[in-house]
Design a protein around this ligand. Structure first.
Ligand SMILES: [Ca+2]
Length: 284
């Protein structure tokens, strides 16, 4: 007898859910899912971790995460949605027994809410019950340009670190700079916005910006992730600059499973010796 998988139940039920117009309803029905995109260590072409990215069910009113989060903001339920996404990510991660780091996204507001007394204990209990090591979790701080209370965020970061959880600044350079936050939080990781990766091979300005960011990272003890790597040229330049980690379609798309799905071409490129790669247009 064939067992009915949860996936089948969700698909059968989908026609009912396309009429769901409340984000709260989606959360209550537990129909949201996450996909995982690899973050690759560029020195050895190994998968360092995966970022969990929320996905809506087939036929949902909001077909992509941006639309879902816009609706959540309009319905004043953003924080609940963010925390639900972390819960789903932890459950999926634990059920697949993957090695490496799990990157989850949280805004400062959601993080502070989750750190609130009951919230943190509930989250820690969930992590413990799932058998996930807290040291494998990296919180990507989103929308950090809106942070007003840096001191409170520093306290929250200290609490997370006490449990072995690392911090990352997400999408750095998108919008107003959060350089002060970088200097105060000293996150283990800073993810550089894809704007700076795009056409990096042919943009002297972006190249100099990346070099400056590497110096800042060195000062504050952070490692960089170059986001949005989509071409061999971008990967080659990012690697040659000495940026430690990369993420983007060229290295692997978000997938429902963990396939260590780096493109063969990317692995081959990363295996080359840097000195063998001519890149004369990059020289100052
Ligand atoms: Ca992110």
């Amino acid at each position: 007898m064939r067992m009915i998988a949860m996936k089948d139940v969700v698909e059968i039920a989908a026609p009912e859910r396309i009429r769901e117009s409340s984000v709260q309803g989606l959360i209550a029905q537990r129909v949201l899912d996450v996909h995982f995109q690899p973050i690759v260590a560029l020195d050895g072409a190994t998968v360092y971790g995966h970022e969990a990215l929320v996905r809506t069910p087939p036929g949902c009113l909001w077909s992509n995460p941006d639309a879902l989060f816009a609706a959540a903001r309009a319905q004043e339920i953003s924080i609940e949605l963010e925390i639900e996404c972390v819960r789903i990510a932890l459950e999926r991660w634990a059920s697949r027994a993957v090695s490496g780091k799990l990157f989850v996204n949280l805004s400062a507001s959601a993080l502070l809410a989750a750190i609130g007394m009951r919230g943190l204990q509930q989250t820690l209990e969930l992590i413990r019950s799932l058998g996930v090591a807290t040291a494998s979790i990296v919180v990507e701080l989103t929308e950090h340009e809106h942070v007003r209370d840096v001191e409170m965020l520093k306290t929250a970061t200290a609490v997370l670190r006490r449990y072995g959880i690392s911090m990352a600044l997400d999408d750095f350079g998108d919008g107003r700079s959060s350089l002060r936050l970088w200097s105060e939080l000293k996150p283990e990781i800073v993810k550089i916005d894809k704007y700076f990766t795009r056409d990096l091979a042919t943009s002297g300005d972006k190249l100099q910006t990346m070099r400056a960011l590497l110096q800042i990272a060195d000062t504050f003890g952070s490692s960089l992730v170059a986001e949005g790597i989509e071409t061999a040229d971008e990967l080659r330049v990012v690697r040659d600059l000495g940026i430690r980690f990369g993420q983007g379609y060229y290295l692997g798309r978000p997938e429902p499973t963990f396939s260590n799905s780096r493109a063969d071409a990317a692995v081959a490129l990363l295996s080359e010796h840097a000195e063998d790669v001519p890149a004369p247009q990059l020289l100052p």
